[in-house]
Design a protein. Sequence first.
Length: 342
Amino acid sequence: MDPSPIGPSLHLTGDLSPVVAGTESRYTLTVTNTGDQPADGVIVAALLDHNATPGRLPSGCSRTGRTITCGGPGLTVPAGRGVTYELPITTDPALRDGTTLTHRAHVSAPGASGDESQSTAQAMTRADVELVKTATTGDGTITYTLTVTNRGPSQATDVTVQDPTGATIAARPAECPGDGPTLSCPIGPLPPNESRTLTFTVTPSTTGVVRNCATVSTGDREERTADNRSCADALVEPAPSPSKSPKKSRREEPEAPLAEALPPEPAPPTAQTGAAADRNDVPPPAHHLSPELPLTGASFWMLGLGVAVLLAIGLLVRYFSRRDDRRDDRHDEHRAETGQES
């Protein structure tokens, strides 16, 4: 076994955790005193990659630009011991997938041999694009609204929305060039926690419930793709048929008054009318039957007038007949009286 070096001797290692663009990672620096004497005034200095931004630093560390300094006159590392610093590092969400990050660090102390370290890692992107589709109807058309949101943490690149509407697109968004029934919208980059909204109107060829689905894709890795597709149902009512106004007759007869519309009350039966009624019980011969004519207000009025005239004539005849009978009776009485006197 080799003897330990005489005096303090510092060894520095650096470790960089996996880097996901837009998230926080850890840059760990460990200083070990491999000598046989303590190292006093140990200083650790780290120069971060230009794509990294330090977070909240641990106690005993300070920042100047991209340089982080830890330790100083108050830091002593005993022989055979070590000290570790974990530096939180955040990368830009717009960092492209596969970008290499390089951090450099060195350690020094008075009267001790120093050391240097370099740590590299490749950044990865993780985006989660979500699509929500809604629909409203009116006047035989459907208005769709597509909302694309990037849930992050990285910026989504090459975001594209596809919607095969299967209908005539009446109003196409500016982000969706082209023609035909399929909507293709190359949105491009979409930062985390930001949204884009696309609204367009179609004229469907059918009525009833119309279901339509759209999808969104990105050029980055996605761990969750269930929210990349969204569907919306719309109820399209059939167009109302033109209303037909009722035709008016050229000549409308005025309605008969209520008194004329009602039939007159029948006269009380007499001996003669009773006999006639008995005779009328016998049905007439078949050749006497004729189709009945419809009765109107005027017919009832004429019938009532005829009955009234007949009753008046009957009363006059009865009156004059009784008067003649009384006159004949007086004449007979007078002749009888004259005969007795003679």
